[in-house]
Design a protein around this ligand. Structure first.
Ligand SMILES: NC(=[NH2+])NCCC[C@H](N)C(=O)O
Length: 372
């Protein structure tokens, strides 16, 4: 274990402290104690003839360009090398004293149907995407992507059930129909998300204690915001901050990255001083330095180069960041953060960085007012 590693291992909870709750996570940055890491096994691209897959994966590609996309299993090299990279991440987290689970992925090649549609599966590489943890609640979110409908079957559901038996609350949003009337095309023939029912991915949400940011985009609609607001009223006094018109596509965690109370990393290509969410008023803003465009081994990667700013805070002082982003690493170190560079060689191909491939289950932070 390197020198850096040894000086970042947290004090373990003292014996006198009450036993740790099964699930407790109110934020993106306090000391991480337990986490779920994705499994890239069986990852594949679903049929792009399905408008919900087209919307989630390639919303800027025309129908003609979509035909260039090779559906089905990702290349063997991508799966093998990502399996290695996730194993290294897990080993580091365990060396840091974090309890890590990696539930087995189901067979995503299986075809399934609803009364309105038929689909094949996608991946279990990004547990962040369709489940959020808020306090002691595990909340399955209503993804607008048909291929993700049964993603949690297998290891994830078993783990959630175990957490419930240990005292966690296990919730699911109203299961969406995802019928054709939820989707439409814009004037350029590109897919849009409608408002016929509440749908959103968990990765459209960021948690900052009593403040929750919700991105309205093609992966989260206005009714999804209304459902989340209505549900959080059950939890108590929460402030939900919609972010609109900043990034219209999939997920928020390459636009805003929370580093610690009072410090946030922002994407300067998508936000300006004028559009910084109000909850960050008085916070120190770290505008991301230029992100290196790490080439992907496929012609059509799922994510933009900005995936380089998608990172995992192990604590307010320690971050796991893509080793191919030295300028970002240096900028974070200048803010006093110890960075542990890691690789996810095919993160853009698969559409997930270090925040995406993790789902924090227990962090030390309580329900705080960080944005007052
Ligand atoms: N949770 C996730 N899978 N986040 C990845 C978001 C990537 C985003 N669509 C981009 O290309 O910038």
């Amino acid at each position: 274990m390197g020198e850096t590693m040894t000086n970042v291992i947290p004090e373990s909870a003292s014996a006198g402290e009450t036993a740790r709750p099964a699930v407790k996570s109110w934020d993106e940055f306090t000391q991480l104690r337990e986490v779920i890491v994705g499994d890239v096994a069986n990852a594949r691209l679903p049929r792009m003839s399905d408008v919900s897959a087209w919307l989630a994966c390639y919303p800027t590609l025309s129908e003609k360009e979509l035909r260039e996309v090779s559906e089905g299993a990702f290349p063997k090299q991508v799966i093998e090398e990502t399996t290695e990279d996730l194993a290294t991440l897990i080993s580091t987290l365990r060396d840091l004293g974090v309890t890590v689970h990696q539930p087995a992925a189901p067979d995503h090649a299986k075809v399934f149907s609803s009364p309105d549609w038929t689909s094949d599966g996608y991946l279990s590489y990004c547990p962040r995407d369709i489940t959020m943890v808020l306090g002691s609640a595990i909340i399955e979110t209503p993804s607008p992507m048909r291929a993700r409908y049964f993603e949690l079957l297998g290891g994830m559901r078993e783990l959630f059930q175990e957490y419930m038996l240990r005292g966690a609350t296990w919730l699911s949003a109203p299961k969406p129909r995802l019928a054709d009337d939820l989707f439409s095309l814009d004037d350029d023939g590109l897919p849009l998300l409608g408002e016929s029912e509440p749908v959103f991915d968990a990765a459209n949400v960021l948690r900052i204690g009593r403040d929750v940011i919700y991105q309205v985009s093609r992966s989260g609609n206005e009714l999804g915001l209304r459902w989340l607001e209505s549900t959080l009223r059950l939890f108590g006094d929460f402030r939900v901050h919609p972010v609109r018109g900043v990034y219209g596509y999939t997920h928020i965690d390459t636009t805003i990255t929370l580093l610690r109370p009072g410090l946030v990393l922002l994407n300067p290509e998508r936000l300006t001083e004028e559009t910084i969410p109000a909850c960050f008023r008085g916070w120190d803003i770290l505008w991301s330095p230029p992100i290196r465009d790490v080439p992907a081994i496929v012609k059509r990667p799922l994510s933009a180069p900005w995936l380089g700013m998608n990172l995992l805070m192990v604590s307010p002082e320690v971050a796991i960041v893509d080793e191919d982003q030295p300028e970002l690493i240096s900028a974070m170190e200048k803010k006093g953060i110890t960075v542990l560079p890691h690789k996810l060689r095919h993160s853009r191909v698969l559409g997930g960085g270090f925040h995406c491939v993790t789902l924090d289950v227990v962090r030390d932070g309580d329900l705080e007012d960080y944005c007052r």
